[in-house]
Design a protein. Structure first.
Length: 561
């Protein structure tokens, strides 16, 4: 009975590692090895579709259309200017059509291969397009207002943040459309991934105007290929309100029309989430802006393009008056502490999977250790030491149970050989030996099983934390989020796993005994492709487990048996 249970646990553990490795391959842009994606390939849009025309509006859409609907159709191209803005953190390109941010490089983050900077926003094909748009809507039937498809004129001024300069403003102004003129100003601040966006709506007509301001993120729906077990971090739109809290809006559900965005509220934000990085629109900067009534919308534009929008209703604008709304565009890394300070719930864009309630305190502890040690690798080692200390007595019971099993193993082997032709009698005799020797066959399994959620939560912490990207440990380990280039850590991992197998009781069944030795070797292949930080975690855990198990086995006199 004990042999079967242990084998089942090994199989579950092994299958879990297969899934984790498969998903890590996916996260690094490779094809899944064991569970290929069933997601259809993205095809290029046909000529004449909105995506093929790069999202530029038609004359009909620019002139009018459905009241309160964000325009999406294409229009005759007007002369456009690409304004390039450079700060200490960004290299951004703002299109004069709608003053849309259609390209954004994060200058302090390299791609995995370190050949170029991380590009968050990109105005490419439908397979790569990702932009931040804003504009005005007319909530009643009638003339359209300036929107993200309207030609705007950039105002003169500097385009690069100079040394010693802490703020850089870049403004765009539209001609009057439907009686409203729209002025949009981007405010870049040094060492800040939050870009202030000031919206000035000027009523140049002789009649009062009702208007809505929309802030929209448009992104391609291409995500890392997942499996039926969904072990990859979330990619897609998200929304938050104080009432409904964090709300994931999956691309697949949007395409199927099954998404239900949060109801209108006087608070909240929208975001686009991906591994390590995110963007978000927030109404932020003054109480009047932050308390505007807003609604949340998602849309499948076709051609693998999706939008998430936040539409705020503005106070009625009198003739000659100007309505100012302050908002913010966050575009950067998912650094939990900084996200918490920007807006309520924004830290939730960092995906911890189903064990977030455990992962968040583990991340907090890891950052505290990093504050002391100054190295993420040693912080991982210290964290595992603390976890092993916390579970010391639980593990001690498990190892003591395994040691007792190892001690009575000769009796079990002799009995199995003697009664090999009498399975029912063999089972009864085995239970008699367990009872006489006061051994619980599950004693070595249960304490370990209840720790599994903690270890899975730690896996998600290491997987989701952008701080691990390109973080060095020692010597040849220059990136804890990448595999060991010299395969030293996987070899050490394999050696410690084999040594643990030697310390454990040998299963009476020869086939199971062989399996116990083969599985660590099989896992070693997967550990070659695991990020170094995760392999370091497993090595540390193994070494500490070996030390505790060695001590217990020696105390009970079962070493080498």
């Amino acid at each position: 009975m004990n042999d079967i249970r242990r084998t089942i646990l090994w199989v579950i553990f092994g299958f879990s590692l297969v899934l984790l490795w498969d998903q890590w391959q996916v996260f690094n842009g490779n094809k899944p090895t064991f569970l290929p994606s069933t997601k259809p390939a993205v095809t290029a849009p046909a000529a004449g579709t909105p995506a093929a025309n790069n999202g530029v509006p038609t004359a009909a859409a620019a002139a009018g259309g459905t009241a309160g609907a964000v325009p999406t159709q294409a229009a005759p191209a007007a002369p456009r200017e690409q304004v390039v803005v450079t700060t200490d953190l960004f290299k951004a390109t703002i299109d004069s059509e709608g003053a849309t941010v259609n390209h954004l490089e994060l200058l302090k983050f390299d791609e995995a291969d370190r050949t170029k900077r991380v590009v968050l926003f990109e105005n490419g094909s439908p397979a790569t397009r990702y932009v931040a748009q804003t504009g005005l809507l007319n909530p009643v039937a009638g003339d359209a207002f300036p929107n993200h498809l309207t030609a705007m004129t950039p105002k003169a001024g500097p385009r690069a943040m100079a040394d010693g300069q802490n703020t850089l403003e870049v403004s765009f102004e539209s001609a009057p459309v439907g009686g409203l003129k729209y002025i949009k100003t981007y405010v870049f601040k040094r060492d800040d991934y939050v870009i202030g966006v000031r919206h000035e709506v000027v009523n140049v007509s002789d009649q009062p105007r009702d208007a809505q301001l929309y802030m929209q993120l448009l992104r391609h729906g291409t995500v890392a290929a997942g499996t039926m077990f969904g072990t990859n971090t979330f990619t897609g739109p998200a929304a938050y309100t104080n009432e409904k809290k964090f709300h994931k809006l999956d691309f697949k559900d949007i395409a199927k029309g099954k998404i239900e965005p949060p109801p209108p509220a006087n608070d909240g934000w929208i975001a686009m989430v991906q591994h390590y990085f995110a963007s978000a629109w927030l109404l932020k900067g003054d109480p009047a802006s932050e308390q505007l009534r807003r609604e949340f919308r998602v849309k499948d534009l076709g051609d693998n393009l999706f939008t998430v929008a936040m539409v705020a209703t503005l106070p009625k604008i009198a003739p000659g008056a100007t309505q100012v709304v302050n908002s913010a565009l966050f575009a950067g890394p998912e650094e939990e502490k900084k996200l918490e300070a920007i807006a309520p719930g924004l830290d939730l864009v960092k995906d911890y999977g189903i064990f977030a309630i455990i992962s968040k305190p583990l991340y907090w502890l890891l950052t505290q250790l990093h504050g002391i040690l100054g190295n993420w690798g040693w912080s991982i080692v210290a964290l595992v030491v603390l976890l092993k200390a916390a579970f010391y007595w639980l593990n001690a019971k498990a190892y003591a149970s395994m040691a007792k099993m190892k001690a009575i193993n000769p009796k079990i082997m002799e009995m199995r050989e003697r009664l090999k032709d009498k399975p029912q009698e063999m089972q009864q005799e085995m239970m008699r030996i367990y009872k006489t020797e006061k051994v619980n066959p599950m004693g070595g399994c249960f304490p370990i099983v209840i720790q599994i959620p903690v270890f899975i939560a730690l896996y998600w912490v290491l997987l989701s934390s952008v701080e691990m990207r390109h973080a060095p440990w020692i010597g040849w380990i220059t990136d804890l989020s990448a595999p060991d280039p010299w395969y030293i850590l996987p070899i050490v991992m394999t050696a410690t796993s084999l040594f643990q197998t030697w310390l454990n009781p040998t299963p009476p069944d020869p086939m199971q005994a062989k399996l116990m030795w083969i599985m660590p070797l099989a896992f070693s292949v997967m550990f070659i492709f695991f990020p170094a930080g995760l392999v370091l975690y497993w090595i540390t855990n193994n070494v500490l487990s070996i030390a505790q198990q060695w001590f217990i086995n020696k105390r009970l006199g079962v070493l080498g048996k």
